[in-house]
Design a protein around this ligand. Structure first.
Ligand code: HEC
Length: 187
C-alpha cells in the first residue's frame, strides 16, 4: 500500500516538471521561429514588391540561406532553427528519419481532419528537444512558386528548377500542409 503511494507521488511530480519544461521550451521555440520567419518574410515581401515573382525567387535562391544562417548565429547558445518538408525543394531541408515520422503524422492528421497543434514538442535525449511548428500553404501567393502548372509563375519557376532540378515542392493547393519549422533546443 505504502509503495503505491510513493509511485503515484513520483509520477505526479514528473508530470508537473514536464509541464513547466514544456511551456518553457515552447516559449523559447516560439520566439526563435518569430525571428526567423519574420526575417525571411520581410525580405521576400520587399523583393516581391520591387521585382515580382522572378526577383523574389532570385532572393530565395541566392540570399535566403545566408539570412537563415545569420539569424541562427544570433540565437542564444543551444538553439537553432531549420525548415523541413516531406516534399522538399532544397535538399538541405530533407527531414531525418525521426523528423519525417513527425511530418507524416501531421499529414495523416490533416488528411483525417484532426486539429493540428500549433507546436509539437519531442524530447530527443535527456537535455535536448525538437519543437515542430507546422507550415501550411496559407496564402495564394505561395502557389506562385509551389503551385501547379496553372498557378505557378513560369519565369520564376524556370529559375527555381534550374537550381533545384529534383524539386519536389510543387503541385500544392491552398491550405495544404507544406512542412515545418524545427527548433532544436539543447539545454
Ligand atoms: C518567389 C518564390 C517563392 C514563393 C512566393 C514562396 N516560396 Fe517557399 N521556397 C521557394 C524557394 C526557392 C525555396 C528553396 C529555398 C532555398 O534555397 O533554401 C523555398 C522553400 C520553402 C520551404 C522550405 C522547405 C523546402 O521545400 O525546401 C518552405 C517550408 C516554403 N518554401 C514554404 C512557402 C510558403 C508557406 C509560402 C507562402 C507563404 C512560400 N514558400 C512562398 C520559393 C518561394
Amino acid at each position: 500500500m505504502k509503495k503505491r503511494v510513493v509511485i503515484v507521488t513520483l509520477l505526479v511530480g514528473a508530470t508537473l516538471l514536464n509541464a513547466t519544461t514544456n511551456k518553457e521550451i515552447k516559449q523559447e521555440a516560439k520566439s526563435a521561429i518569430m525571428k526567423m520567419g519574420g526575417a525571411l518574410k520581410s525580405h521576400m515581401k520587399q523583393n516581391m514588391k520591387a521585382g515580382g515573382p522572378t526577383q523574389a525567387a532570385g532572393f530565395c535562391l541566392e540570399e535566403a540561406a545566408g539570412i537563415a544562417k545569420k539569424v541562427n548565429s544570433s540565437y542564444p547558445k543551444g538553439i537553432s532553427v531549420k525548415r523541413i518538408s516531406l516534399k522538399y525543394r532544397n535538399p538541405t531541408d530533407k527531414p531525418t528519419v525521426d523528423e519525417a515520422k513527425v511530418l507524416q503524422q501531421i499529414q495523416n492528421d490533416v488528411n483525417t481532419q484532426k486539429t493540428i497543434p500549433k507546436m509539437i514538442v519531442k524530447q530527443v535525449s535527456k537535455n535536448s528537444y525538437k519543437v515542430y511548428k507546422p507550415i501550411f500553404i496559407n496564402k495564394g501567393i505561395c502557389l506562385t512558386c509551389h503551385g501547379d502548372v496553372q498557378t505557378r509563375d513560369p519565369e520564376a519557376y524556370k529559375l527555381i528548377k534550374a537550381k533545384y532540378p529534383n524539386d519536389k515542392a510543387v503541385n500544392y493547393k491552398k491550405g495544404d500542409f507544406r512542412g515545418a519549422f524545427v527548433v532544436t533546443i539543447v539545454k
